[in-house]
Write a protein that binds this ligand. Structure first.
Ligand SMILES: Nc1ncnc2c1ncn2[C@@H]1O[C@H](COP(=O)(O)OP(=O)(O)OP(=O)(O)O)[C@@H](O)[C@H]1O
Ligand SMILES: [Mg+2]
Length: 341
């Protein structure tokens, strides 16, 4: 089973019931004919309403172009010979533009939502960085203080107790190491300094050590990535590995990172129990991990593809355009839609 989640997918949210497709095509042709014959505002409002219904029914822009083409061809065919075809075509274009307005508005709304998602991710990143620093500095300093106090206390202890306390000190040393590794995993400095691949290798090594999973990282990636792309891919690999540990009952994981044309691609493949991705997504309760991955990719204009089947392992593949605008806020002037939704 396979599921592809396109970063630009927009599920229609309206609840109104739209007419069946051929009925819709007839309505569209009739309304266009009416506009060409009589002109005026009312048919244009109808064009907008028809566009809204089409959007609600899940039709795409290509289907709309098709409806329009057929309706215009019929109108030209029926037009009296004395009519100027080029005037008819430009008048029909106004009708078409109105019927496409809901699509344009939705497209803009998706752009706004992506901008909001990007900002949310940036805020989350800042928060994670704060926690990582607090773990590294505050908890790290406290551990040093605990070591010093313990050393002092041990000096006054009888020799047999001192020997037992050295075991406690060794355990404290391990806790200290874990805290340091966790803080590096949360916000690896090497992501900023060395890039995505070394950071993922560090993550894989630590994760493998903690969980007993055999994790390999293969990469043909050269050159630097935009910071947003690097941190997003790092977080997605982190979640994919967490999912392997929690759900897959796997023994091996292979991570591949590379370029494919103008795309950055990363695949996390495990040899675990597998699952039904389409069923999980459509169940409406897929957990936060896959939703988070999808949202991160939406903000990058990327795609998530999951190939999995019961007993056949899971491949999580993510792709996103290599060239990201670092400040892609929606600051371009917008055409105000002529009709409200
Ligand atoms: N590698 C995998 N192997 C097997 N099942 C998986 C794997 N990855 C995801 N799943 C299945 O997909 C479901 C959804 O994953 P998702 O990451 O969205 O949620 P979660 O891990 O259950 O919870 P959360 O990530 O919110 O803590 C999981 O509950 C699990 O059933
Ligand atoms: Mg998860």
């Amino acid at each position: 089973m396979e599921a592809t989640i396109n970063g630009t997918d927009a599920a229609p949210t309206g609840t109104d019931t739209a007419p069946p497709r051929n009925e819709f095509e007839r309505e569209y042709a009739r309304a266009l004919g009416n506009y060409l014959l009589n002109g005026g505002e009312a048919p244009l409002e109808e064009a907008y309403e028809l566009g809204r219904q089409a959007l609600t029914a899940g039709e795409g822009v290509l289907a709309m172009a098709h409806f329009y083409h057929d309706a215009l061809a019929a109108a030209l065919h029926q037009a009296p010979a004395r009519d100027d075809p080029s005037a008819t075509v430009s008048k029909a274009a106004q009708f078409f533009t109105e019927s496409m307005s809901p699509f344009e508005m939705t497209h803009r709304a998706i752009g706004d939502a992506n901008t909001a998602l990007r900002k949310l991710n940036e805020t989350l990143e800042e928060e994670v960085q704060r926690i990582a620093l607090a773990l590294h500095d505050d908890a790290g300093q406290l551990m040093v203080a605990v070591h010093l106090s313990l050393d002092e206390a041990i000096r006054d202890m009888p020799p047999n107790v001192q020997a037992r306390m050295s075991g406690v000190k060794a355990l404290l040393g391990l806790v200290e190491e874990r805290i340091r590794d966790l803080s590096h995993e949360l916000r690896p400095a090497m992501l900023d300094h060395l890039g995505l691949v070394p950071a993922v290798e560090f993550l894989a090594a630590n994760f493998g050590q903690r969980t007993g999973l055999h994790i390999t990282v293969d990469s043909s990636l050269k050159g630097s990535l935009s910071p947003r792309l690097a941190i997003s891919f790092y977080r997605i690999v982190q979640e994919a590995l967490t999912n392997v540990r929690r759900h897959a009952h796997a023994t091996r994981v292979r991570i591949q990172i590379g370029k494919r044309g103008p795309w950055l691609r990363c695949q996390v493949a495990d040899n675990g129990v597998g699952f039904d991705p389409a069923g999980t997504i459509s169940s409406g309760h897929p957990g936060l991990g896959l939703v988070g991955i999808r949202e991160r990719l939406n903000a990058l204009g990327g795609k998530l593809r999951i190939q999995s089947a019961q007993g056949r392992g899971t491949k999580v593949e993510i792709t996103a355009p290599l060239h990201q605008r670092e400040h892609a806020d929606s600051d371009t002037p917008r055409r105000r839609p002529s009709r409200s939704a």
